[in-house]
Design a protein around this ligand. Structure first.
Ligand code: PLP
Length: 387
């Protein structure tokens, strides 16, 4: 089956956050969903299910868990068991559940800066402290892990969790096996539990490879929760369903205990169905999406290099979120955001909202039809030339 990623689809008027937040003349390239229709088999399965007309209490036949097992095996070679998989409403709630299960109020949670902005909220909002390990920016725009500093943070008495974003949003870094192994060894050494947010793991550009954290070693598997969601790949974030993979039974029970107490479980048929169909039937879509995004990424890079050299980008290894170095425009973070919004009429995420190391950058979501990307870049070129 061939998916048409060039199709322009009107999203205003569909309770769409990306398109309803800014004025009608703005191209929104911010929040991380795509402007692509989800796979046709998903649409057909949901229509068929809707036409049945009865939406009573669902039972759990393990088909949801099995679809996640299938995908991890097929795409990453990780042998997951169905009873390691736990339904969660999405990835962010799963991270919070893990914080409740594996840390105490007042503990430290380590994240790597710059960091996906909700991480900055969920840690303090739940009474834990953020310890930021700055990623090291290299001349070519890529990033390295500062292992020395990471070790200093992990060794602190109250550090009990490392929240890893793999691959990394917003820098687009895909961690190598060596880097992940080193991280896992340090976390085991200092008895720090790992939550690995792998929501972007399907969007890995050629030459790189995603390694599921739980596949590193038995010891790493016994010390982690891996959070997944096909929402980014198949554009189904609105169905609000994700999963946590917890290889160790004791950890699984610890993770599940607060949910049991709060009765915070119960899946929805329109949440699990699109995930099952996406993972079981739509590998073709994931492959074609990646190819299309590679094209967008290449177009963006060439455009900036030849026509807007004041804005620089490295060679992002993963995600459809491009981390653009706009320091050459000499604007403070607020002014930078306003410049793109008001002069170029393009909405992106301003870098300082991702914390230390983010000022001077903008995060651009390129998961849109090529023609829209072209228009946005032409607007940016014009605005920069008038600056
Ligand atoms: C790294 C990362 N984690 C989690 C999320 C949100 O996931 P969910 O909607 O499943 O909570 C996003 C969305 O952009 C993300 O980029």
């Amino acid at each position: 089956m061939k998916h048409n990623f060039d199709e322009l689809i009107e999203r205003r008027g569909t309770e769409c956050k990306k398109w309803n937040t800014y004025d009608a003349d703005v191209i929104p390239m911010w929040i991380a969903d795509t402007d692509f229709k989800c796979p046709q088999p998903v649409i057909e399965a949901m229509v068929k299910r809707a036409e049945h007309g009865i939406f009573g209490y669902p039972t759990n036949l393990n088909s949801f868990e099995q679809s996640i097992v299938n995908w991890q095996k097929k795409r990453f070679g990780w042998e997951v068991q169905t009873d390691w998989v736990e339904y969660t409403p999405a990835v962010i709630p799963a991270i919070v559940y893990a914080m409740y299960a594996f840390t105490n109020p007042g503990d430290n949670v380590v994240i790597q800066m710059p960091a996906y902005h909700p991480f900055h909220a969920i840690i303090p909002d739940n009474g834990r402290h953020i310890l930021g390990n700055p990623l090291i920016l290299r001349e070519d725009g890529s990033y390295d892990v500062d292992f020395e500093n990471l070790e200093e943070l992990l060794k602190k008495r109250k550090t009990t969790m490392f929240l890893l974003c793999s691959p990394h949003n917003p820098t687009g870094k895909c961690f190598t096996r060596e880097e992940l192994t080193k991280m896992s060894e340090l976390c085991l050494k200092y008895n720090v539990f790992v939550v690995s947010d792998e929501i972007h793991s399907d969007i890995i550009y050629s030459g790189n490879q995603h390694i599921p954290y739980g596949s590193l070693s038995q010891a790493a598997a016994d010390n982690c929760v891996v959070c997944v969601n096909p929402s980014k790949t198949f554009n189904i974030a609105g169905v609000r369903t994700g999963a946590a993979i917890i290889p160790n039974r004791n950890n699984h029970d610890l993770f599940y205990a607060p949910l049991e107490a709060l009765k915070a479980y119960g899946r929805t048929i329109f949440g699990t169905l699109p995930i099952e169909v996406s993972y079981n039937e739509c590998e073709y879509y994931a492959d074609q999406l990646l190819e299309y995004l590679e094209g967008n990424r290449k177009y963006l890079k060439e455009f900036l290099e030849t026509r807007v050299p004041k804005i620089k980008m490295g060679n992002p290894q993963a995600t459809y979120l491009m981390w653009l170095n706009c320091k050459g425009l000499n604007l403070e973070p607020k002014a930078l955001q306003q410049f793109f919004l008001q002069k170029a009429k393009v909405a992106m995420n301003e870098g300082s909202t991702f914390g230390p190391g983010g000022a001077g950058f903008m995060r651009m979501n390129i998961a849109c039809p090529r023609s829209r990307l072209v228009e946005a870049l032409e607007r940016i070129e014009k605005a920069v030339n008038q600056l």
